[in-house]
Write a protein that binds this ligand. Structure first.
Ligand code: MRU
Length: 341
């Protein structure tokens, strides 16, 4: 299985996703600031993986704290927490993981700084381990929706690289393949950061799952020609009613799928569900730097001063989603009942 992120004695090591597939290199973070920067620059990306990285970032922060008093410890903790929280606003799993870490901190704090450090490391490892288990469960539930011989279209990378391991959308595809179904994947290239072209193709190729790279604008045409039997994507944040934020371009795919009678599935852990937000209107959408659109791999495509928009995510209304696949099972509309306990 691919090593997305690993705790290695007072540091956290991540495969550098900006360099794939050309180079398999690793980045070692020894401070929480380095972790925050790795998340911002997308050395590591994908909502669950961002959450795991932030959890380890808090551990690194705690290792550098000196506790003169409870008050100063709280102040130091809040500073580290705040820096990690400001990295990527859309991924619900980031905030979910940080909230879990805060609860672990509060339980351990009466026992002193050493206890806090141990508790935070244990919690971060638990978040990572549970994510791996969750993805296997999503895969088991979701694979039942796919039939032998199908071509499945996916967008961005919701695979092992975006999680602790196995993946959500790619976990469903992996589980179907492991069940003996011959599944072929159409991978959208996913402009502007090209997670599909660079990461999904690489990951599936490593697993021996047949994958065909298409540009984002080809998806509708292939659906119309009957070449796609299902769309499976991941999610960054799901509102209570099922409205789903995911990589920019997902909404267009969902509209095209509905128009062409193709089922549209979202695969995500329940940690992606934001029960405080009633619908997609409340989901914060990250706007990234214009150079991501102006350039590909550092090469300018347009005028250096061309005006650009670069929302990293869009929101697909629940009415376009056939089902949401979680670790607890396949949830069908109305989604609120199945998503929020
Ligand atoms: O900007 P990214 O690459 O972090 O966006 C990732 C996605 O949109 C994924 O589909 C989502 O986080 C789910 S990952 C299991």
């Amino acid at each position: 299985m691919l090593p997305t992120i690993a705790w290695r004695g007072r540091s956290v090591v991540m495969i550098d996703q900006r360099k794939l597939p050309g180079q398999e290199t690793y980045v070692r973070c020894r401070t929480y600031i380095q972790v925050a920067q790795a998340i911002e620059k997308m050395v590591i990306r994908g909502a669950p993986a961002i959450g795991i990285a932030a959890a380890y970032g808090l551990v690194l922060g705690a290792m550098a704290m000196g506790a003169e008093s409870d008050r100063s410890l709280d102040k130091d903790f809040d500073k580290v927490y705040g820096r990690l929280e400001r990295t990527r606003p859309t991924a619900r799993n980031l905030f979910w993981a940080l909230e879990r870490m805060r609860a672990a901190y509060e339980r351990a704090r009466p026992h002193g700084l050493r206890a806090v450090r141990t508790a935070l490391l244990d919690e971060a490892k638990a978040i990572e381990r549970e994510d791996a288990e969750t993805n296997r469960a999503i895969g088991r539930h979701g694979q039942a929706l796919l039939r032998d011989g199908w071509t499945v279209l996916t967008h961005c990378n919701a695979g092992a690289l975006a999680t602790a391991e196995y993946g959500t959308a790619l976990g469903v595809i992996r589980a179907a393949a492991a069940d003996g179904k011959r599944i072929r994947v159409y991978a959208d290239e996913t402009r502007p950061f090209l997670q599909g072209a660079r990461l999904t193709v690489w990951e599936l190729d490593k697993d021996g799952i047949p994958v065909v790279l298409i540009t984002d604008s080809m998806a509708g045409w292939f659906m119309r020609r009957g070449e796609v039997q299902a769309v499976v994507v991941g999610a960054d944040r799901i509102a209570r009613n099922g409205d789903t934020a995911n990589k920019i371009g997902t909404y267009s795919l969902a509209v095209l799928a509905k128009e062409n009678g193709v089922p549209f599935y979202v695969a995500a852990p329940l940690s992606t569900v934001d029960a405080t937000i009633p619908d997609g209107g409340g989901i914060p959408i990250e706007e990234r730097k214009p150079d991501e659109v102006r350039e590909v791999g550092g090469r300018l495509l347009t005028l250096p001063y061309a005006e650009v928009r670069n929302p990293a995510f869009d929101v697909t209304p629940a009415s376009y989603i056939t089902a949401i696949i979680t670790e607890r099972g396949v949830v069908r509309p109305p989604f609120d009942k199945g998503l929020v306990p």
